[in-house]
Structure formats: C-alpha cells, structure tokens
Design a protein around this ligand. Sequence first.
Ligand SMILES: C[S@@+](CC[C@H](N)C(=O)[O-])C[C@H]1O[C@@H](n2cnc3c(N)ncnc32)[C@H](O)[C@@H]1O
Length: 222
Amino acid sequence: MPDTKKTFDSISKNYDLINQLISFGLHKKWKNDFINLINFHGEVIDLATGTGDIAISIKEKFPDVKVVGYDPSSMMLEIAKKKNSDNTICFKKGFCEEMPFLDSSFNFATITFGIRNTKSIANSLSEIKRVLKKDGVLMIMEFSKSENFLIKNLYNIYLNYIIPFIGFLFSKYDEYKYLANSIESFYSKDEMNLVLSKSGFTVNKNVQYNFGLVTIYIATKS
Ligand SMILES: C[S@@+](CC[C@H](N)C(=O)[O-])C[C@H]1O[C@@H](n2cnc3c(N)ncnc32)[C@H](O)[C@@H]1O
C-alpha cells in the first residue's frame, strides 16, 4: 500500500474535478442522499473528509451542529478550508487509527469513500467507536462489490482501464491505479456488515446505488 497521505496530497488539486468525471457526476447525488438520511444533531466528525464535501453539506443543512472535518492530507484540508469560506467547520489533521479526541466526543461519525484507504480498518473502527458517544451513529459510504456477473465484468473494465486512463490524462496514473485497485479489493456489502458487527457496531440499515457498487452503512455503537 502506498503512503496514502502523499497520494492524496498529490491528487488534491484536481480531486473534485476528477471525482466528477469518474463518477459521471453521480458522487454529488450520492453525497446529497447520504446527508439526507439522518437528522444530524450535536457533534459530528467527518472522517477522511478530503476536500470537505460532506462536512460542508452537513453544516449547511444543520447549522446548529458542531462539525469537525478530519483527514491526514494537509493539501486536501487546505482545499476544504477554502470551500468553507465562513470558517464554520473545524478542520483537523490526522489518521483515523489514532485520533486526538476524548472518549465519547461525538454523536455522529461520517466517512465517505475513505474507510478503504485507511491502513487498518479494524483499528480505525475501534477508534471511531471510542470517540462516539453511547448510541452514537456511524455512517459509511463506500464502493462495494456487485454480485451481478455482467456488472462485475463491466466494472472491472472501468476500474482497470477507464479510471487509470483519466488519472493518466492528469499525470496521476499511479495514484488513480492505486485508487481503482483499492476499490476492486474492497469488501462486498455483506462482508463489510460483518466487519462492522465484529468491531462492535450494530448495522441498522444499508442503502445501495448503481447495482450495488456503492453502499451506505448506518450503524450504532453497540
Ligand atoms: C477518496 S478520498 C475521500 C474524500 C471525501 N470523504 C469524499 O468523499 O470525497 C479518501 C480520503 O481519505 C483520507 N485518508 C487516507 N488514509 C486515511 C486514514 N488512515 N485516516 C483518515 N483518513 C485517511 C485521504 O487523505 C483522502 O482525503
């Protein structure tokens, strides 16, 4: 696994644009649906916040909520801070596996397209559990494997050729090849549900998009 902090620092400048291209604009809809699934209140941490889309949308929709955006890439965070021009969100630098927050600090933890990039999913989930309050909610959105044979094969072409090619157009072939590989090797919905329950979460709901290629997990600290 490459140094993900360096990888994301290196792609930060065109991250939002390339995201638009490789998802055919769909990531905005998925993110919009994601924040509309929950009535956020209290304190929220958006982990692997990247350029801050989720943190910013939560703050815009729920202005009374205290939002922290957390990510190890200083260059992704710089862009997030620029997008949050009224400085209403507290952005902090760091890895999910080791967080500088007290136990039971947050009512909600969100993480979109970030959990698969962590060095250790188990350690990250254990830390997330620690910083969530009792009955705190974890919301994850991540790519997932489709069980459909045709979709699986078409998706392999997309991951192995189209995503790296778009990366190549922006002189970031290796970085987007790594991202595509990390999608290809990530869990199916059922496998991820099992990982969550083994890590001390009760999965309450799954929502899937694009023939099961994107899955939302809503889980509570059990
Ligand atoms: C694909 S981006 C997703 C960004 C954003 N959440 C989104 O949906 O657009 C993955 C993010 O995970 C961050 N990341 C990588 N390793 C991490 C770790 N161990 N802990 C927390 N964040 C990490 C990267 O810096 C990057 O910003």
